[in-house]
Design a protein. Structure first.
Length: 270
């Protein structure tokens, strides 16, 4: 069994390496390699790290598989660690790959669980409160990605630039799917539309003279997101999400009324 006590002098380094996905033994062996010399033997690593030689060989094999060390053909066999700058790049790529794998598994889990939800739980009239966390942003992005016909949005000006930046990719993809997007903002007369808006939403915007009483998003006229209060960071607001036909229709009527009153953005706006 690997002795996992950490030398106080290494405690901070081990903590950082663990954050990047290494185990304590892997961190100890890697640090031993960096401290001893450019090339060293398993025996010296064992003495330096206070780990059994058999454990050192096993951990060296793990580090080699990850890509943090290389084996030098010699007698006895020697080992060399890649510089920490390169090691961090390797660990970053490894962590990114792992995150993508977990996201795929998460989507598979969601599909499996949703397929097993009893039919009666899918009734129209569902209401949900999404708290002020990243969950709201993820839910909004999901709604944008699932939209196939229309997306109607109302923002207040203080939140608009940040919000558009956060969901720009999803909006652009929706436009490529020929989704009809409309957005109303209480843009001041002397203010300029954010540059990112000019790239792909120029003619989908209208400015209303007064601040909206609510911030909302309506997707395919089937789902509505309503912010519970206004804040510059829309992802930090609590939101009511509903597929209730009556509530969606009320929100749609509110949007249509303001769309008619709002001024269409001019082509010459910078």
């Amino acid at each position: 069994m690997i002795w996992q006590e950490v030398d106080p002098l290494w405690e901070k380094e081990i903590e950082i390496l663990r954050a990047w996905g290494l185990t304590i033994p892997q961190g100890k062996v890697y640090l031993a390699l960096t401290r001893l010399s450019t090339e060293t033997t398993a025996g010296k690593i064992s003495s330096f790290s206070k780990m059994a030689r058999t454990d050192v060989y096993r951990v060296l094999a793990e580090l080699h598989e990850i890509g943090l060390t290389e084996k030098v053909v010699a007698s006895p066999t020697k080992f060399k660690a890649f510089p920490i700058s390169k090691a961090i790049l390797i660990l970053t790529e490894r962590r990114t790959k792992k995150t993508l794998e977990l996201e795929l598994k998460a989507q598979e889990l969601i599909r499996l669980l949703e397929s097993r939800i009893p039919e009666e739980t899918h009734q129209e009239g569902q209401f949900r409160i999404i708290p002020k966390t990243e969950a709201l942003l993820l839910s909004v992005k999901e709604a944008l990605n699932n939209a196939r016909e229309s997306i109607d949005l109302i923002f207040n000006w203080t939140a608009f630039p940040r919000a558009i930046y956060l969901i720009a990719e999803e909006l652009e993809q929706a436009l490529k799917r020929n989704v009809n997007i409309r957005c109303i903002v209480d843009k001041p007369e002397d203010a300029k539309w954010p540059e990112i808006v000019q790239l792909f939403m120029k003619h989908k915007l209208r400015a209303m003279p007064n601040s909206p009483i609510t911030r909302l998003g309506i997707y395919d006229r089937k789902k509505v997101f309503i912010a519970s209060y206004l804040t510059p960071n829309f992802a930090r607001a609590t939101a009511l999400v509903s597929t209730n036909r009556g509530l969606v229709e009320m929100a749609q009527c509110y949007f249509e009324e303001n769309w008619k009153k709002a001024l269409e953005s001019k082509p010459e706006d910078p």
